[in-house]
Structure formats: structure tokens, C-alpha cells
Design a protein around this ligand. Structure first.
Ligand code: ADP
Length: 362
């Protein structure tokens, strides 16, 4: 029923261990009565959000991800995708206050651990009606919504090892065929999904996106994610890792292990002369490959025990990270002999926030 849908604005936030993902629905079909009801404060906020791509030093709108003219709960609008570090939550609240948001009362749907951690601030300082949602439930709802809405949402690499060719092929995704969902955020959750309402968290690992970034900062002195990814893309991990051929002089034939496979991550780094030879870029690349090998092998094990042939990867760790997606795709292909397919998603880390936005129309 139309009159049960809350008035605008519609904001949903996923407050994670590292990043806050904010999704904003910009209505395009406001009638004159609603425009009047919206008032100056909300109109200013709408203009501020939609006319800028950066907010202060740390907030960014992912303009390339914007979805235009979409339908949500019988309304028509644009979906905007905004992120900032969770460590800047208090600056975000200050910004909202400076824009007089705290003088209005409206409903915000929030998920992620921060929905709990920052509930008190949101309610006391911003006077929001704060509705908490579960992050894994909204992750799957968001995936279901965006994969239907956006024909290019899901894709795979036809030849992941061929960097010359972009090779991104749209994948026709049907949520009803069971699949594995591997969410690579600060940490990692692995879910077995049978439908929008039937899913299980199988396992997780603490060696995730934040491990890559944390170790990379320690080892290379880099200052952030973009720099870490750039370094990794320029490096060579084989100066850092010990490969099968470094030990065998070739392949370990009896168990089908080719020489180029990593036998021990960071295995060369006990020797001073090897440490001398390894550049910062090499260390960044080795850190990336170490984390990816772990994700790949746990995901593959889960896919086998759950008997599924598709693994979807989500989470902001894959943001501007074509390199990691190709490495994962290649590894899944190689170790499953082409039986298990790795599938990636355009809106990477935003699914829980999108699923949360869907709560407005439930
Ligand atoms: P969470 O919900 O736990 O914050 P995300 O899905 O947002 O998880 O992913 C966080 C990870 O994404 C980081 O650990 C890092 O590897 C990567 N990342 C991508 N962009 C950034 C960024 N601008 N700043 C920090 N980490 C980023």
C-alpha cells in the first residue's frame, strides 16, 4: 500500500569495520505537494549530495555506479552510492548537524556492526529514527534486487590470465540456483544461498581486506588502499614467495603440483639477500596473493562440500581491483578444472546498503 511507505528522504547505511557505504534514493517524481513538504533543509541536502562527487576529504560518491531512473516501491529515482571511512563517523555526524539534519525526524535503515555501535550517537545527536537490519540478510536482498535491475551487474572473465583483453562478460544470474556468496570486506563471510530467504553462513576467515591493507601498510609504508593496490599491480610476488620449483627444481609431478605454484607464502623472506631484492611493490603483490590464495582455497573447499558450481564474490576489497578478480577467477578455473565459475559484481561493497534501502518499501 502506497500510504504505508515512509516519506522521503530514503537513506540506508552499511557501517562496516572499515567503510561506511551509504545509498541514497533521489526521487525524480516528486509532486508539488511533496516538494513543499520536503522543505529547504532536505532540498539543500539533496542538492549537496547529487551535485558533488567528494564530500570533505574522505567522502566519495561512486559516480560510475549510479543507477538512473530505477523503480523502488512504486517511486522513480536515481540511486547514489557514497562511501567514507568508518573512522570518520563522528565527522559525518558533525556534517549532518551543520546541514541541520538533526532538526528533522525521519527514518534511516542501518546495517553492519556500526548500526549497533553508533546507534546511540545517531539517535541522541541526529534525532533519527534508527532501524537496524542484519547485514547478511540485507546482503542477499541487495544482491537479488540489483541483479534483477542491472543487466550488467554480474560478470565473469572469459580468459582471466589474458590481461590484454578486458574479457568481462555479463553473467545471467538466477538467485534460485544454489550458489556460494563470498563477501570480502574487512573480514570474510562465506554463505551458501538457495534463495532470497534460504541461506546459511558456512564459515568465515579473519584474513580479509583489512589484513591485506594492514600488512601492506606495515611492509611498504603505503598510506592507503589505492596506493596499496597500485603497488601490488606493479610488483612480482615470486621474489617473496617460495614456489614449488624453488624447492623441487621443477614440478612436483606425483601430486600434480606445477612448479609455478606457491609452496610457501613469504617463504624467501627469512634470507637477508632475498629481503634486499624484494621491492615494496613485490611485498605488496605477495601480500595480495597470500590473502587471495587463502580466500581461494577456502572458497573452493566450501563450493565442493556444498556441491555448487558458482561462487559470487562481493565486498569492497574488490573495488578498483581487477588484478584480484583475475587471480581469483584463474585460481577457481584452474583448481576446479573449469567446473566452478567465479562471478563478480559491479556494485562490490554496496549490496547490504541496497538491501537495507529496500526496507523502506517492505
Ligand atoms: P566492511 O563492511 O568490513 O568495512 P567492505 O566491504 O567495505 O568491508 O571492505 C573493506 C575493504 O575494502 C578494506 O579492508 C580494503 O581492503 C578495501 N577498500 C576498498 N576501498 C577502500 C578505501 N577507500 N579505504 C579503505 N579500504 C578500502
Amino acid at each position: 500500500e502506497e500510504n504505508t511507505i515512509p516519506a522521503f528522504p530514503w537513506f540506508a547505511m552499511d557501517i562496516g569495520g572499515t567503510l561506511v557505504k551509504l545509498v541514497y534514493f533521489e526521487p525524480l517524481d516528486l509532486n508539488p505537494e511533496e516538494v513543499e513538504l520536503e522543505g529547504e533543509i532536505l532540498m539543500n541536502i539533496r542538492h549537496y549530495l547529487t551535485s558533488n562527487r567528494a564530500y570533505g576529504e574522505d567522502g566519495f560518491r561512486d559516480h560510475a555506479l549510479e543507477l538512473n531512473n530505477v523503480r523502488l516501491g512504486g517511486r522513480r529515482g536515481n540511486l547514489h552510492f557514497i562511501r567514507f571511512p568508518t573512522s570518520k563517523m563522528s565527522n559525518f555526524i558533525d556534517l549532518c548537524i551543520s546541514k541541520h539534519l538533526h532538526t528533522l525526524t525521519f527514518k534511516v535503515f542501518a546495517t553492519g556492526g556500526g548500526a549497533y555501535k553508533f546507534e546511540h550517537d545517531a539517535v541522541e545527536r541526529l534525532k533519527l529514527s534508527w532501524c537496524k537490519c542484519d547485514e547478511l540478510e540485507t546482503l542477499i536482498k541487495g544482491l537479488s534486487y540489483l541483479s534483477k535491475l542491472n543487466p550488467n551487474e554480474c560478470f565473469y572473465y572469459e580468459e582471466p590470465e589474458n590481461n590484454e583483453n578486458s574479457n568481462k562478460i555479463p553473467f545471467k544470474f538466477n538467485i534460485r540456483n544454489p550458489f556460494l556468496l563470498v563477501n570480502i570486506g574487512s573480514g570474510i563471510s562465506i554463505l551458501h544461498v538457495e534463495s532470497e530467504t534460504s541461506y546459511r553462513r558456512i564459515t568465515g576467515t579473519s584474513i580479509g581486506g583489512a589484513t591485506f591493507l594492514g600488512l601492506c601498510c606495515l611492509l611498504t609504508g603505503c598510506s592507503g588502499y589505492e596506493e596499496a593496490i597500485k603497488l601490488a599491480s606493479e610488483g612480482d610476488s615470486t621474489t617473496v614467495d617460495k614456489l614449488v620449483k624453488d624447492i623441487y627444481g621443477g614440478d612436483y609431478e606425483r601430486f600434480g603440483l606445477p612448479g609455478h605454484i606457491v609452496a610457501c607464502s613469504f617463504g624467501h623472506m627469512n634470507l637477508p639477500e632475498k629481503r634486499e631484492q624484494a621491492s615494496k611493490a613485490d611485498l605488496a603483490r605477495a601480500t595480495l596473493v597470500t590473502v587471495l590464495n587463502n580466500i581461494g582455497s577456502i572458497s573452493m573447499m566450501c563450493a565442493r562440500t556444498e556441491n555448487v558450481d558458482r561462487i559470487l564474490f562481493s565486498g569492497s576489497f574488490l573495488r578498483i581491483n581487477d588484478l584480484s578478480m583475475r587471480i581469483l577467477a584463474y585460481a577457481m578455473d584452474y583448481w576446479s578444472e573449469g567446473k566452478i565459475k567465479a562471478i563478480f559484481l559491479e556494485h562490490e561493497g554496496y549490496f547490504s546498503a541496497v538491501g537495507c534501502l529496500g526496507e523502506y518499501i517492505m
